[in-house]
Design a protein around this ligand. Sequence first.
Ligand SMILES: Nc1nc2c(ncn2[C@@H]2O[C@H](COP(=O)(O)OP(=O)(O)OP(=O)(O)O)[C@@H](O)[C@H]2O)c(=O)[nH]1
Ligand SMILES: [Mg+2]
Length: 331
Amino acid sequence: MTAVAAREAALDALVPRLLAGEPRAVARAISLAEDGGAAQRELIGRVYGKTGRARVVGVTGPPGAGKSTLVDRLARLVRTRGETVGILAVDPTSPYTGGALLGDRIRMQKLYTDPGVFIRSMATRGAMGGLARATHDAVDVLDAAGFDWVLVETVGVGQDEVDVVRSVETVVVVTVPGLGDDIQAIKAGLMEIADVFVLNKADRDGAERAEKDLRFMLHLAEDDGNGAAAWRPPIVRTVASRDEGVPQVLEEVERHRAWLAASGELEKRRQAHLRLRVEAILKERVLRAADQVLGVEREVERGFAARLDPYRVAERLFTGVLAGAPAEEQA
Ligand SMILES: Nc1nc2c(ncn2[C@@H]2O[C@H](COP(=O)(O)OP(=O)(O)OP(=O)(O)O)[C@@H](O)[C@H]2O)c(=O)[nH]1
Ligand SMILES: [Mg+2]
């Protein structure tokens, strides 16, 4: 059997199990998504038509804000309504925080035995933009597998993670009282992508003050001429560790989704998401082709030794790609 035929056969076996929501098939499909090879492209091609049904929510914010705790509580809450949930914990710096990831897993383990919950950590595989692409594919996998909800947790720093949360329907930004100035800056970067603000650890001093600050920042951001129909991100106070305020978060997420649908914004967002994903795939593919044709590292070395400017190095690589781009291995 050829490699292509073997892959076809493997997918023929995998896809029906995946669409039936079988956990091992879901796990296998997400591993394919992380690998980013030909099988994964074929897989997404086969299941994409089954996506678009899940409610996809991103939960982001500074380290330690309580994102995992909130995700855990939200997952339990939707489970009480009989709905199923897939959770993706995205950690771009996993080489440094392997322990934290493990911690997350242990903390979330209580949900593990529930077949209505699927939990997975995603990590970078080095490739530029690969994390966002793999995560979007993993969301598709969970969606196609029939999960009612997909919750994506990311730490709100770095472009990669911002790219990840840009492709969800509703972005929940978790913040806490009494953060230092540096974290305030991260928060400012998240302001524009937030659909719902959660002020977690409201049991701590300064919750009142933090909410006032947040309201003020939001008020400043409001003067964008969007008019009365614009969405105004609500602020929900929570104590996630005590399960306080969590139903209100879910309520706001659902209200946001209703607004998206009613305003026509949902379709716009979905098209914008498609564009982001296409761009990411294209970038990755051009880089890979350049690597296969001439070798990016080799050309950089040559260019550096010859003191070439970056445009010339890039031009040589791009010309090489146009002239002799190897066809992506066909599925
Ligand atoms: N006091 C208080 N502690 C909380 C609250 N929510 C979570 N915590 C605690 O804060 C710590 C961090 O919570 P996590 O849920 O792991 O935070 P995270 O944002 O997922 O952290 P990273 O993924 O490492 O960035 C844990 O010890 C939680 O028990 C809260 O509302 N109040
Ligand atoms: Mg966490």
